[in-house]
Design a protein around this ligand. Structure first.
Ligand SMILES: Nc1nc2c(ncn2[C@@H]2O[C@H](COP(=O)(O)OP(=O)(O)OP(=O)(O)O)[C@@H](O)[C@H]2O)c(=O)[nH]1
Length: 429
């Protein structure tokens, strides 16, 4: 089924956050904010021995947030305990000490956050969210120097990104073409053959600015270079040498922006209740796809599906249960649809399906199976399990058909299915 690719998709990566801190008021504020805003499970320890016991008991840790003042361990013991277990660690402390901060950052502590800074709680929530999401993002590092590549890759890995590396422009383009999870690229300018600016320009032919953030990198004192990178499609520029913190801020800002654009695109193209593409998006896609598929001489079917007596479901079970039913219907449709099919919520209790490549008995069986799946569905709602049926009108495309005609005829057949007693598929008439 074709859906817009979400920037982040939840997978079964470890989710548990350890909060190691002796102040109860502070732990409550931080744990509450992370659990509410990010829906991540937080476990609190107020001493190092409690923390050790928790770490031994569970093996699905994603991150540790730790203070430095604990009753049973000094600063180094606390940090060592977490880093030795390979835990991604953020220090959150009231202790302002620049030497300590630099020493900890050199030891792969992800960040050093001062509790007393205004907005520090918001920053922590943002940081945890960023680190959680980074794990689903691939970053491409392009540099002909293997040591420079390894350095950038290790910085990115510290912040949770998956990293892929390329030693020249051609390899980078091949990787970008083959891997849709690449959302970030760090491109060095000084490379033999294709230089960074040229590579950036060619990368834009593969993936647009709102899909991959390209950051140009160079140590050259060339006043025009930044502008050349930006004019050729880079989102940003980093001058070498950069500090680890500057690197993280730049990279995060660019990935944040990409996600923001993704959310706005989602708002415009997805149905809020079910997450399916909305009517407008479906029609835009179909306007393009119908002539394309017809030109390839592929069989094509347009179907409109409408839940039967949906008003009774709302009246009998309540509007929230009706919403559950709509989501369940969307889930069933999504599972039934093949990768090449296009599903949308058309509005209310009406859905739409564009199915290429099937005809005759195979097509009839496709829709009949779908009808049966919906009929067999039990939607668990407060007070029991509700059931529903669906009527489906299908129109197969013939030469000369346009989208308007396909939709009009599918809708007319849907009406025939309703008039004929509902819970049926009508493919003719
Ligand atoms: N819960 C819920 N109900 C909705 C939503 N959108 C539309 N509806 C309801 O869907 C119902 C559609 O009712 P009708 O168009 O009369 O059709 P029906 O009851 O499904 O009957 P037939 O289509 O003739 O089988 C109305 O009661 C709407 O209020 C929604 O997002 N959530």
């Amino acid at each position: 089924m074709t859906l817009l690719q979400p920037i982040v998709a939840r997978t079964t990566l470890p989710q548990r956050v350890l909060l190691l801190e002796n102040s109860r008021a502070y732990t409550q504020a931080v744990a509450g904010a992370i659990e509410q805003k990010l829906e991540l499970p937080v476990m609190v320890a107020t001493t190092l021995s409690e923390a050790r016991a928790l770490l031994d008991r569970h093996d699905d840790w994603f991150l540790a947030l730790t203070g430095l003042v604990l009753a049973d361990g000094d600063r180094d013991e606390v940090v060592n305990c977490l880093l030795e277990r390979g835990l991604s660690t953020v220090v959150v402390t009231g202790v302002y000490d620049e030497d300590l901060r630099e020493r900890l950052l050199r030891r792969r502590v992800i960040d050093f956050v001062l509790k007393s800074t205004p907005g520090s709680l918001d920053y922590i929530v943002w940081l945890v969210k960023r680190l959680e999401r980074n794990r689903r993002i691939s970053a491409l590092v392009v540099d002909d120097s293997s040591s420079a590549r390894a350095h950038t890759a290790s910085l990115l890995e510290t912040y949770g990104y998956r990293v892929v590396q390329a030693e020249d422009g051609d390899a980078a383009l091949r990787l970008l073409e083959g891997d849709p999870t690449i959302r970030l690229a760090l491109v060095d300018q000084e490379m033999p053959g294709m230089q960074g600016v040229e590579l950036t320009r060619r990368m834009r032919g593969v993936r647009a600015r709102d899909r991959v953030a390209v950051i140009g990198v160079s140590g050259r004192e060339d006043a025009g270079l930044v502008a050349r990178f930006l004019k050729n499609g880079a989102n940003d520029f980093l001058r070498k040498p950069f500090s680890r913190e500057e690197f993280f801020c730049r990279v995060s800002q660019n990935v944040d922006q990409l996600e923001l654009i993704g959310s706005l695109q989602d708002l415009a193209t997805r149905d809020f209740l079910t997450g399916l593409p909305n009517r407008r998006h479906f029609l835009e896609q179909a306007e393009r796809l119908v002539p394309e598929l017809r030109a390839q001489d592929q069989p094509l079917a347009m179907a409109i599906l409408d839940i039967d007596h949906f008003k009774h479901i709302n009246d009998g079970w309540g509007h929230d249960a009706g919403d559950h039913a709509l989501r369940a219907m969307a889930g069933e449709l999504s599972q039934h649809a093949r990768p090449q099919d296009h599903v949308a919520r058309f509005g209310g209790e009406e859905f739409c399906l564009l199915v290429p490549g099937l005809e005759g008995d195979a097509l009839a069986s496709y829709f009949e199976t779908l009808r049966q799946r919906i009929e067999a569905l039990r939607v668990r709602v407060p007070g029991g399990a509700l059931r529903m049926t669906v009527s489906i009108g299908v129109r197969t495309a013939t030469p000369g058909d346009d989208l308007h005609r396909l939709l009009g005829d599918a809708d007319r057949r849907l009406y025939l299915a309703k008039a004929g007693g509902r819970n049926r598929v009508v493919m003719a008439g």
